[in-house]
Ligand binder design. Structure first.
Ligand SMILES: NC(=O)c1ccc[n+]([C@@H]2O[C@H](COP(=O)([O-])OP(=O)(O)OC[C@H]3O[C@@H](n4cnc5c(N)ncnc54)[C@H](OP(=O)(O)O)[C@@H]3O)[C@@H](O)[C@H]2O)c1
Length: 255
């Protein structure tokens, strides 16, 4: 769903972009980015690539950083709030930690032992190793809990929210969570917010500014050439990638 690359040619009515422009973006549910070429409308979700990122780093941004941004905004994140990012070492999680810090939050990241240093290096004020400690049993409470991987305990997370706390569900495959969340939102001062992120060119330009200001980086775990895409999926589907996995495309001696 994401891409970064160089514009090879434009249609005669295209005004905003030209051949040679380096862009990043996403075609939404049209998908199709496992390819050498992609055809997009000028007003699609794309923007000029951050100057300080290579194509691999930029290709990881559109869907995943936009998702983190979408949910943190839905949670009305405010400076000084205590925010817990569950799944802080994944793609959405690594961007969410960095964005929550940019919004001025005190950030706790939950990940496994192997990723503690990574999550700290992204700016998390505290890290919790989920293999050793259940954050919801510490008695600590948060203004925002953002579960990026759908593996937090629902009841434990609700218990760990402040009175007006918000539980953001970035990945809900359990229908029962929607109904429980709806009930909690209707009957208490706490809010449960599931949903599907909407990505825009405005958000891509906002992210580009933050990246060029040195405030956000992409964590790249592995790179696979296009012909090894199935292998890349096998690795990702194990559920333990650190940040992002990208597919590289060789074309006219360029990557
Ligand atoms: N709602 C939307 O609009 C939307 C948009 C985009 C993506 N998504 C969804 O968001 C999900 C997140 O994708 P992602 O790439 O960020 O991550 P992912 O590939 O689903 O998960 C990888 C990360 O999850 C961590 N993890 C695995 N088990 C864990 C556990 N029990 N507790 C805490 N962390 C755990 C892993 O760290 P360890 O190795 O340390 O365990 C790894 O870093 C995807 O399932 C995607 O479908 C939703």
């Amino acid at each position: 769903m994401d891409f970064a690359g160089e514009i090879e040619s434009t249609g005669k009515d295209v005004k905003l972009l030209k051949k040679g422009d380096q862009v990043f973006g996403l075609p939404g549910f049209d998908m199709g980015t496992y390819a050498e070429y992609l055809c997009l409308p000028e007003d699609g979700t794309l923007a000029i690539k951050p100057a300080n990122m290579n194509y691999e780093e930029a290709a990881a941004v559109p869907f995943w950083a936009s998702t983190a941004l979408f949910f943190l905004r839905k949670g009305n994140i405010q400076s000084g709030q205590k925010v817990l990012i569950y799944g802080a070492s994944g793609s959405v999680g690594t961007y969410a930690v960095q964005l929550a810090k940019i919004f001025g939050a005190e950030v706790t990241g939950v990940c496994s032992t192997a990723n503690l240093e990574l999550v700290k290096s992204l700016g998390a004020d505290k890290v919790i190793d989920y293999t050793k400690e259940d954050f919801s049993k510490s008695g600590e409470t948060y203004d925002v809990i953002f579960d990026t991987v759908g593996k937090s305990s629902f009841s434990g997370s609700i218990r760990s929210l402040n009175q007006k706390g918000v539980y953001l569900l970035g990945n809900v495959l359990k229908l029962s969570w929607y109904f429980q969340g709806l009930w909690i939102s209707m009957t208490s001062s706490r809010k449960v917010i599931p949903g599907v992120a909407i990505e825009t060119s405005e958000d891509l330009n906002f992210l580009k500014e933050l990246i060029e200001a040195g405030k956000i980086k992409s964590v790249i775990d592995r790179r696979y050439p296009l012909e090894q895409t199935a292998e890349a999926h096998r690795y990702v589907e194990k559920g333990h990638k650190k940040g992002n996995v990208v597919i590289t495309v060789e074309h006219n001696n360029k990557t």
